[in-house]
Design a protein around this ligand. Structure first.
Ligand code: MGD
Ligand code: MGD
Ligand code: SF4
Ligand code: MO
Length: 745
């Protein structure tokens, strides 16, 4: 057991990636009996966070021993109770099933649905097992619901995935453009840093684009409360004015981009009056935003789910990048398009190929050379890796409906809360012939739909790496033993691989071995991490990629320049500082997009736009934060935000229960009547699944329609109708406390 007096690790929650330090708390005595044996604080030496943490990082220890899944369990059908079984029995059943399904239906009837909460090593071993050894690309992750539009946008516009900026840019920008992100609640330590810089420097502008007046928007110099789904109109409107005023960087455009003319032609159709009407803001507000852009030397755009979770998410991302390209604001300190990663290791997922069209090292399954490189490295026969993308998360659901998916392995995600159109999702999972669920907690909403439960160890119980939003890789060290019989995810995947006959491919002894194998596959790729190892990260602390091994000891480089640092294998904080982009012609590409609008616009029957999102103290489906006193006490219950004008029209009073219906489902929430939301739009948090409240699931209402380029569903907008619930109906509808028994299907 690796217990030392102080263990440096990373916060397991959001993509800010704050360093944490865990120390033994000393012996509990007297009334302190319930005291946790560990205590946690921010790691002052972590360069990304410099000792800062938010409430989630500060309280995470409390969740470690609550309701853990401690041993494997199984049952023959969902109608039966689970019974405890040995790892031997559980793995034998899983492997038998994989073999039978492969033989009877082919490898494409097998699916794994994973998570940005895997460590990089776990992601990598899963890719090798599913896409390599089993020969199906049906591995997808919850990042499909999260970052896939950012990935597609970066690839299409810049030639490769990878956020080009770093957190130091937060202190260097003179205009922060925050669009579709509630940074103050969801990336709090990034927001604190930006806020400090903004407060200290009166000339620095802060623009926030969000249909809600969030905590983030409250701090802005300019808040544009646009109608949901009108981001492209606004972005094209800003471009229109920059063109009209000549505030563009023509030499940059000429030397480093392509497609400008087609884009400029589109932007000509977006005069401020038209944009104002579409976005339901004033023309003066559009002009102010454009003026801030035009007057600034270093604009830094930050975005997250208000952009990505859209049926035109990729086009939205590309429209943000357009503004950076036309003003030359990329590849220099303080400027650039900077997607804020949601989960702690969504970045590592991208590096290891953790979506159904990717392969490790920012490779693609559709590229024959990429497939050959990976097959060769994995010691597999040519042609093993399939040339077409596998199923997206939602296509796994439709595959179950059609009987095409016969085996589903879910790990480190809770889809019975987080996937769209939950009634349909649940019905499909009920039909699943065989579902394996690998999680740390029991019960969760998803465990009710599984045939086999595999207990995973989690944060603090296994050593591995994660990459945060600024491409910085941290070694997350183990400080306690896994409870019960739980095991690290990568060990479970590797064991299954060996049992299926791939002993050579899964001979890893430690996570460090896995990492060493993985980083070799990134050699020469845009996300080159070949200079990294667990050993080096332990010795030097967290490091940025690109970090190639090739010139670790090169004498010729000038270490005082960023490029010199990079070539010496040191951490390189920014991409594209040479203004060369990884496209065939080395130029970044403009995109010419008009908005297509929402997939399900409001109409007479469903007149409101429902948007969904997050709260500061909760993490997703509450598997951890719902079990922590401080964070669970921060919010009494779920709620729906509704504008006073709409509330009055519908006869809804503050605190009254509102029934919300979409074409797919129903949910009920107490009303929060507030001007913080635009009229015509309502907001509910995503955190309350069936375990934590009755009928308060945001995703009972949402739809699955997704961006055609990224496959990311439009979780941020669907059409709903509202009605107050009559007082005598409202009894016992809300149970804010957690249910104690496993929920049934
Ligand atoms: N406290 C907390 N922090 C988290 C998480 C958590 O669960 N809790 N989860 C992490 C993860 S995985 C993620 S992905 C991130 C998400 O981080 P964010 O994206 O910041 O969070 P959300 O609340 O989902 O959505 C952000 C905002 O988008 C706005 N929005 C809705 N529709 C539109 C639109 O059409 N246009 C624009 N411009 N804005 C729109 C919403 O009003 C909302 O305020 O947070 C990470 N951090
Ligand atoms: N309506 C609506 N829906 C949304 C969103 C939204 O904004 N609106 N956001 C979407 C986004 S961006 C995201 S990222 C998803 C998040 O949705 P989920 O991924 O479903 O949410 P989590 O609650 O984080 O689930 C993670 C699970 O992994 C388990 N876990 C933690 N660590 C480990 C580990 O090391 N190993 C294993 N095996 N398990 C582990 C936890 O116990 C938990 O059950 O929700 C999506 N759904
Ligand atoms: S900002 Fe994110 S990474 Fe940092 S402590 Fe909070 S949840 Fe953890
Ligand atoms: Mo996310």
């Amino acid at each position: 057991m690796t217990v030392s007096s102080s263990t440096k690790t990373l916060c397991p929650y959001c993509g800010v990636g704050c360093g944490l330090e865990v120390t033994p708390a000393g012996k509990p005595s007297g009334e302190e009996k319930a005291m946790n044996p560990w205590q946690v604080r921010g790691d002052r030496t972590h360069p990304s966070s410099q000792g800062m943490v938010c409430v989630k990082g500060a309280t995470v220890l409390e969740s470690l021993d609550k309701d853990r899944l401690l041993y494997p369990m199984m049952r023959d059908s969902l109608a039966q109770p689970f019974h405890r079984c040995s790892w031997e029995e559980a793995l034998e059943r899983v492997c038998d099933r994989i073999q039978t399904v492969r033989a009877e239906y082919g490898a494409n009837a097998l699916c794994m649905y994973g998570s940005g909460q895997f460590q990089t090593e776990e992601y990598y071993v899963a890719q090798k097992l599913i896409k390599g050894c089993l020969g199906t690309n049906n591995f997808d992750a919850n990042s499909r619901l999260c970052m896939s539009s950012a990935v597609a946008g970066y690839v299409q516009s810049l030639g490769s995935d990878g956020p080009p900026c770093c957190y130091d840019d937060l202190d260097l920008t003179d205009c922060a453009f925050l669009i579709g992100t509630n940074t103050a609640e969801c990336h709090p330590i990034i927001f604190n840093r930006l806020r400090k810089h903004h407060k200290k420097n009166p000339n620095v502008r802060l623009i926030v684009v969000d249909p809600r007046c969030t905590t983030t928007a409250e701090a802005a110099d300019l808040h544009l409360a646009i109608r949901p789904g009108t981001d492209i109109d606004l972005l094209n409107g800003i471009a229109h004015l920059l063109l009209r005023w000549g505030l563009i960087d023509q030499p940059f455009i000429d030397a480093h981009t392509s497609g400008f003319e087609a884009f400029a032609e589109v932007a000509r159709h977006y005069p401020p009056e038209r944009v104002a009407e579409r976005c339901q803001i004033s023309a003066a507000e559009v002009e102010t935003a454009a003026r801030y852009w035009g007057e600034s030397q270093r604009v830094l755009s930050l975005w997250s789910m208000g952009i990505n979770q859209s049926s035109e998410g990729t086009a939205k991302v590309r429209s943000i990048i357009n503004l950076h390209l036309m003003t030359g604001m990329i590849g220099k300190p303080g400027a650039g398009p900077f997607s804020l990663t949601g989960q702690p290791n969504a970045m590592g997922g991208r590096e290891t190929g953790g979506l159904s069209y990717l392969l490790p090292g920012y490779r693609s399954v559709t590229n024959p050379q990429h497939r050959a490189e990976v097959e060769n490295y994995w010691g597999l026969p040519a042609g093993t890796i399939q040339p077409t993308p596998g199923r997206t998360a939602w296509e796994m659901i439709t595959g179950l409906e059609l009987g095409e998916v016969q085996f589903l392995w879910i790990a480190a995600t809770n889809p019975v809360v987080s996937l769209p159109d939950l009634e349909r999702t649940k019905a499909a999972l009920r039909r699943s012939p065989f579902t394996v669920y690998q999680d740390c907690y029991y019960p969760t909403e998803t465990s009710a739909y599984a045939h086999v439960l595999l207990p995973a160890s989690q944060w603090g119980e296994e050593t591995g790496t994660m990459t945060n939003s600024e491409r910085r890789v941290t070694l997350c060290r183990k400080f306690r033993n896994p409870p019960g019989e739980s095991r690290p995810d990568w060990e479970i995947f590797a064991e299954v691989g060996r049992r299926l006959g791939f002993t050579h491919q899964f001979a890893f002894q430690t996570a460090a071995d896995v990492f060493a194998e993985f980083v070799q596959l990134t050699r020469g790729r845009p996300c080159d991490m070949s200079g990294l190892s667990h050993e080096r990260l332990a010795a030097e602390g967290p490091l940025h990629w690109p970090c190639p091994i090739s010139s670790l000891d090169s004498e010729a480089d000038n270490p005082t320049t960023e490029e010199g640092e990079r070539r010496k294998g040191k951490n390189s904080p920014r991409l594209y500082i040479d203004l060369h982009f990884p496209t065939p012609d080395g130029r970044a590409r403009f995109a010419a997009h008009h908005s297509r609008g929402l997939a399900e616009p409001p109409d007479e029957a469903y007149p409101f736009i429902l948007t969904t999102g997050r709260l500061y103290g909760h993490w997703h489906t509450q598997t951890r934060t719902g079990r922590i006193q401080k964070t669970s006490e921060m919010y009494d219950s779920p709620f729906i935000e509704i504008h006073p004008r709409d509330a009055e029209q519908l006869g809804i009073q503050e605190g009254e229960l509102v029934e919300v219906r979409s074409r797919r489902g129903m949910a009920r929430f107490p009303a929060t009547v507030t001007k913080a939301i635009a009229p015509g739009t309502v907001f509910v948090p995503m955190h309350w699944g069936a375990m934590w409240a009755d009928s308060a699931e945001a995703n009972a209402l949402t739809h699955h329609h997704a961006c055609p380029d990224s496959g990311q569903p439009e979780l941020k907008a669907c059409a709903v109708q509202l009605a107050p619930v009559k007082p005598n109906d409202s009894q016992s509808l809300l149970q804010p406390s957690m249910m104690t028994s496993p929920i049934s299907v």
